[in-house]
Ligand binder design. Structure first.
Ligand code: UDP
Length: 200
């Protein structure tokens, strides 16, 4: 968001922003505005799906590789009887296909939308279309469909408890190394930013 003003403004205008990463938790502490704990988006989204299931409401799963959303839909339907899967769509599309994806989501009549395009694609997609989407709520879920489909494993409890979920993900997906290498710099900036605020 620091380098992408559009993303920064989307984050500011969102109804809800979760401290999903341990880096955010540390940075908030360094800035003197601590958050109580990490809130993984995947857990928040699952709780939302459980609530929808209890009420017989529907969800549209959009994003991840072809087939993954359908696999996740099957697993979710088994785990959460009552949840209606309104539709699925993979996340590898051309810009000119975006309008028809929005139409399909609206045509499905879904109550809730999970967008799994990674960040910042999912946030920007939601910001671009929030006024034309008819769903009642939508959330960016990152790699959650990969987990719900069973294609990737979530970090075991030990890693989650000790703020090491990122390490487990790095082992499973070494291509994340580049972006992760930038995180220590983010923490330094959070610490320095606080000092600058205090001085000026
Ligand atoms: N993805 C997608 N379309 C794209 C790029 C990514 O559907 O153009 C999917 C990808 O298959 C994966 C998810 O978005 O399922 C990215 O998850 P990740 O956890 O890496 O998200 P991030 O941590 O970047 O928010």
């Amino acid at each position: 968001a620091e380098k992408n003003p559009e993303l920064a403004s989307v984050l500011k205008s969102a109804d809800l922003v979760l401290p999903d990463g341990i880096g955010i938790v540390y940075a908030a502490r360094l800035q003197g505005t601590p958050v109580k704990e990490r809130v993984p988006g995947i857990e928040f989204s699952m709780a939302a799906l459980e609530m929808l299931a209890q009420r017989g409401k529907s969800v549209f799963l959009f994003g991840s590789k072809p087939g993954t959303a359908q696999q996740a839909a099957r697993k979710l339907a088994e785990k959460l009887p009552g949840l209606v899967i309104a539709g699925c769509e993979h996340g590898y599309f051309k810009p000119e296909e975006e309008a028809s994806i929005v139409e399909r989501i609206n045509g499905s009549g879904a109550d809730f939308l999970c967008v799994a395009l990674g960040s910042p694609k999912q946030e920007l997609f939601l910001a671009r279309h929030r006024h034309e989407l008819n769903v009642k709520a939508a959330i960016g879920v990152g790699g959650s469909l990969d987990i719900w489909s069973g294609n990737l494993k979530r970090a075991p409890q030990f890693y989650r408890k000790h703020g090491l979920e990122w390490l487990y993900r790095l082992i499973q997906e070494p291509s994340r190394a580049g972006r992760m290498a930038r995180l220590p710099l983010f923490l330094v900036k959070a610490a320095v930013g606080k000092k600058e605020d205090q001085n000026g």
